[in-house]
Design a protein around this ligand. Structure first.
Ligand code: DLL
Length: 434
């Protein structure tokens, strides 16, 4: 069984990694400067020229990119190649209905799939495995990313996509799936569903799971491992940097190795932008060192994290990131979908409701729940229960269109939501994920 997908690079010496990064960053900055007017302007404003970047130690001279920049540049403003060289897009939800759209060339897809193949091998996978991918396929990166990695490694890939748990279980059992890829909450739900149908953990052939796209705790890991009789591995990534596989866990399960030959990671103080030393907690920033179509430089992820560079028993030398410890913005991840409270507010206002609302997020039976209390104006308030239920249904449908997931709406009488005298607290997240 292979220990690594690409042993030379995954176990390269520190000097070798820095040599590769030095070479790639110089080329990448030139590529971006020459092809992306928006970033060229940011560099010019900061007084930095491509010649100033002689190696990776100069990266701090470059300006940051934020999610707002991506929105401003929607859809083509950060594209660094001809559109005819792109073969795919993926996308993530965003506020005001504008999504982040990421572009990929053949080379970018190849690189991304390589990263995912590394993750599958690190979870004990080889071409003898049957990999059941139940991350969503489509615009979301989870399905395509793990599918591509599994394919590259030569595994038998079951492209299930998410949902339809009966069918997931039938294929898992009949086709002897050995590796499960999905969100941790869906993994826990599958475990529970197996139990309800009378299966014991030893009845399935699964040996490992590769779970990510949302925060999950060590307690949840233990519960999934016991429920499915597997070892559960974490995987991290974001649409802006390609998707899953930017970092992945190895057998040591003490953090995720970042694929440093493709992504350079920094930790910064989210308030000042100052780069923090190794081991300190701050916001994770990524630079894509060799992506062609959508090569973001110094992209602020908003994920709060710590990087460590200790020796790892798996033999990999790449730096490790801890599980993300929270976010420096207000983004919620609910059932794997990124949700900003401002999106909810936009729908309410569009539908003629007041901006008095409360968002409650919880996790029940391992599934995230989203409930929204919405205050009615006296004019809209009605004693007729059927009318109220109809309004709730209509609002829930509008929310589903904007967010990609359906909340439970509770219309409440006028003046029942507490007014705030300072910063309004509109979100109560009871999941205790961090
Ligand atoms: O969630 C990509 C992905 C798919 C990762 C499948 C892993 C598995 P986005 O939808 O753009 O991309 O969301 C990215 O999700 O900034 C984190 O806040 C969060 N996130 C991703 N992986 C993890 C993880 C995909 N393992 C955002 N633990 C990121 C905690 C995660 N949070």
């Amino acid at each position: 069984m292979p220990q690594y997908f690409q042993p030379e690079i995954e176990t390269a010496s520190r000097d070798e990694i820095i040599r590769i990064q030095n070479e790639k960053i110089v080329k990448q900055v030139r590529h971006v400067y020459d092809n992306v007017a928006y970033y060229r302007d940011l560099m010019d404003k900061k007084g930095v020229k491509p010649e100033d970047i002689k190696g990776i130690e100069d990266i701090h001279k470059l300006p940051f990119l934020k999610k707002d920049d991506l929105r401003e540049c929607y859809p083509y403003g950060l594209l660094a190649t001809d559109l005819k060289d792109c073969v795919r897009i993926h996308s993530t939800s965003g506020t005001t209905g504008k999504r982040v759209v990421a572009f990929y060339t053949h080379h970018d897809i190849d690189l991304w799939e390589e990263c995912c193949a590394r993750a599958i091998v690190a979870a004990g996978g080889s071409n003898e495995d049957v990999v059941q991918v139940c991350y969503g396929y489509g615009l979301f990166t989870g399905g395509s990313g793990l599918d591509g990695g599994s394919h590259k490694l030569g595994c038998l890939t079951l492209p299930m996509s998410s949902g339809n748990t009966d069918r997931q279980i039938q294929f898992m059992m009949d086709l002897n799936a050995t590796i499960l890829c999905c969100t941790p909450s869906y993994a826990a739900f599958i475990a529970e569903s197996l139990k309800e149908r009378g299966y014991k953990p030893e009845d399935n052939k699964l040996k490992a799971g590769i779970f990510g796209a949302e925060p999950w705790t060590e307690e949840m890991r233990q519960q999934i491992e016991e429920g499915l009789g597997i070892k559960a591995y974490d995987i991290y990534g974001l649409t802006e940097t390609s998707g899953p596989g930017v970092a992945f866990e190895c057998s040591e399960q003490t953090g995720m190795h970042i694929n440093e030959d493709h992504f350079y990671a920094e930790i910064i103080d989210p308030d000042t932008g100052e780069v923090l030393p190794e081991g300190e907690k701050g916001e994770l920033v990524f630079t894509a060192l060799d992506k062609e179509a959508f090569p973001l430089l110094r992209y602020r992820t908003r994920d709060i994290c710590v990087l460590t560079r200790g020796k790892c028993s798996c033999g990999r030398t790449h730096v490790k990131m801890c599980k993300p410890m929270g976010r420096s913005d207000d983004m919620l991840i609910i059932r794997g979908v990124n949700v900003f409270p401002s999106q909810i507010e936009t729908v309410l206002l569009n539908e003629g409701y007041s901006p008095n609302y409360m968002i409650y997020v919880d996790r029940k039976n391992n599934t995230d729940t989203l409930d929204i209390d919405v205050e009615l104006s006296p004019e809209r308030f009605s004693d007729n229960i059927a009318d109220m239920q109809e309004m709730e249904k209509k609002l829930a449908a509008a929310m589903r269109t904007m967010l990609g997931i359906g909340p439970k709406i509770h219309l409440v009488p006028p003046k029942t939501i507490q007014r705030s005298e300072g910063k309004a607290v509109r979100v109560v997240d009871n999941r205790k994920l961090h």
